[in-house]
Design a binder for this molecule. Structure first.
Ligand code: NAD
Length: 358
């Protein structure tokens, strides 16, 4: 057993089909009397449904969350929260909505109750991101960690299959990198392996029957575990590449994770054999396919994109992407600084073309 440091994160998780029924109890436990409900425009009806449930304990809804948490939206939401005298924010939706809740909490300290409806995992992390003047600034602050998270699989039945698969791969990416994190610990390793297993088993079932509550529950359970890993240990090459491609080339978040993950795992395979062994065990491919190939197959078999060229990347931009990625590298089990630029450029080419790793 190696040395480790483990930091428990103080959030309360309420899980199960129909668990939205506990919302009033959870709001009471937070001591809140006037909750502002946040969502994207697409999910405004769900936000209204939550507000209706709360009756006089709802201060109002703010259904204007958008991708990348633009500062203008944050300012507007903070003003609305203040004007309505909100003492709590409820974020119902995916990472973009949770992200808006976090931006409000960062400024005001308002407690956040998150009701995730994708598998992105933001609700389990103290990490926030706000975009101002085209630059996304990220940071870590314990105030933004949602105090309570209600995971109700019934609320995920409407998540389209394509988004379910890429969102699930996004969650798996947190766990996969957590398994070789420099600051990993045995508890996070257990959660990571179990999270990958739960999602890898759930995705094919969801693809067959998107309204399968049991499979949806498995995926959301996996998302919780994978999100917890993201919130507790450091990320590496894969997340660096995704931030580069998403941030500088505006590629869609979950799809980028889906395409890059197998290639990043292939790059790191020899440097992190124990992590690969655990990923293979979680995917059920031990002895049949490597972690990298298993993840590639999981995406491909479930209809997700496996090539950057299919999600809007231009081949002409690969050189610049490699330059950005190596200019300010994260810790990674296999170093990827300027000296490894050729290897990273090659990885990106493989991701661009969608070549199955061995
Ligand atoms: P998203 O929140 O942008 O949602 C995408 C779309 O799906 C939205 O229109 C949303 O309304 C819709 N949607 C969500 N749930 C639905 C459902 N059940 N049924 C129908 N439609 C639904 O996407 P995401 O992938 O959840 O989040 C991505 C964002 O989250 C990125 O900006 C990423 O950087 C951020 N993120 C942050 C962290 C963190 O720790 N800070 C972690 C993961 C992701």
């Amino acid at each position: 057993m190696k040395d480790f440091v483990y930091n428990g994160q103080p959030s309360r998780v309420v899980f199960g089909p129909g668990s939205l029924a506990h919302l009033e109890r959870e709001i009471d436990l937070l001591g809140a009397k006037r909750a502002l409900v946040l969502s994207t425009p697409d999910q405004a009806a769900q936000a209204q449904m939550v507000a209706d449930r709360l009756g006089s304990r709802a201060a109002g809804i703010f259904p204007r969350a958008v991708m990348h948490v633009p500062m203008e939206t944050v300012r507007e939401a903070r003003e609305v929260a203040q004007r309505l005298g909100a003492d709590c924010a409820i974020a119902i939706g995916g990472g973009s909505t949770t992200g808006l809740g976090k931006a409000i909490a960062l400024d005001s300290g308002l407690p956040i109750l998150a009701i995730p409806t994708t598998y992105a995992g933001s609700e389990m992390t103290p990490i926030y991101g706000i975009t101002e003047a085209g630059l996304k600034k990220t940071g870590k602050d314990p105030r933004v960690l949602p105090r309570t998270v209600i995971y109700d699989p019934e609320l995920t039945l409407t998540l389209p299959v394509a988004m379910s698969v890429t969102s699930g791969m996004n969650a798996i990416a947190h766990a996969a990198e957590g398994l070789y994190a420099q600051d990993s610990n045995p508890v996070m390793d257990l959660m990571a392996e179990e999270g990958i297993r739960a999602i890898a088993q759930a995705l094919p079932a969801i693809r067959l029957r998107p309204d399968d509550v049991s499979a949806r529950g498995d995926a959301l359970y996996g998302a919780w575990l994978c999100g917890s890993v993201l919130g507790n240990v450091g990320m590496a090459l894969h997340h660096k590449l995704c931030h580069t491609l998403g941030g500088s080339f505006n590629l869609p978040h979950a799809e980028v994770h889906t395409v890059v993950l197998p290639q990043a795992m292939a790059f790191n395979a020899a440097a992190a054999p124990e992590a690969m062994r655990r990923i293979e065990r979680a995917l059920g491919t031990t002895g049949r396919a490597s972690a990298a190939a298993g993840l590639f197959d999981l995406a491909l078999d479930n209809g997700a994109p496996v090539a950057l060229k299919d999600i809007g990347m231009r081949e002409a931009d690969l050189d610049q992407a490699a330059d950005i990625a190596v200019s300010n590298p994260y810790w990674n089990p296999r170093p990827f600084g300027v000296a490894q630029r050729t290897d990273i450029r090659e990885l990106l080419q493989r991701a661009y073309e969608g070549i199955r790793p061995v």
